[in-house]
Write a protein that binds this ligand. Structure first.
Ligand code: CMP
Length: 139
């Protein structure tokens, strides 16, 4: 079914001017950008977005990193968009990511791993609503 997922080009990637190369991989896989904004999160805003990870040992470092430079937040639409986005990103840890995936090609570490993507329809809906209003989703 036609589905929407939420994607972030993370600070390590915007810093290295990789936004276009990353988005091209999503588009080449059949995903369509239906909303997009470049923003510089505060640490508090990053903390709210990642609050499900609040008890993890890497939470503080993750929030610092996500507020360290601009990000590009997007909504991607396509057939099975959530699974397709995750396939194109590759495993969270670039050391485990399949060749040709975004994280294999671009990620620097498990923390600075170039992209975020929603893991399920429920989280996609929450994450999309955190960054975009309905009016900003243009299919
Ligand atoms: P993401 O999909 O954005 O969701 C949570 C993030 O936490 C994850 O990608 C990683 O970038 C980050 N993360 C996961 N494990 C670690 C770790 N061991 N150290 C630092 N960051 C991590």
């Amino acid at each position: 079914a036609l589905e929407r997922t939420f994607s972030i080009v993370k600070p390590d990637a915007t810093r290295r001017n990789l936004t276009g190369k990353i988005v091209a991989k999503f588009e080449d896989a059949g995903l369509r950008v239906v909303a997009q904004k470049r923003i510089h999160l505060t640490k508090a805003q990053a903390g709210e977005f990642y609050k499900v990870h609040a008890e993890r040992p890497f939470y503080d470092e993750l929030c610092e990193f996500m507020a360290s430079a601009p990000i590009v937040a997007q909504v991607l639409e396509g057939e099975g968009a959530i699974a397709k986005n995750r396939e194109v990103m590759g495993a969270t840890n670039p050391a485990d990511a399949a060749p040709g995936t975004i994280r294999a090609d671009f990620a620097e570490s498990v923390g600075e791993n170039s992209v975020h993507g929603s893991d399920a329809p429920e989280t996609a809906a929450i994450e999309i609503a955190y960054f975009f209003s309905g009016l900003e989703l243009v299919g």
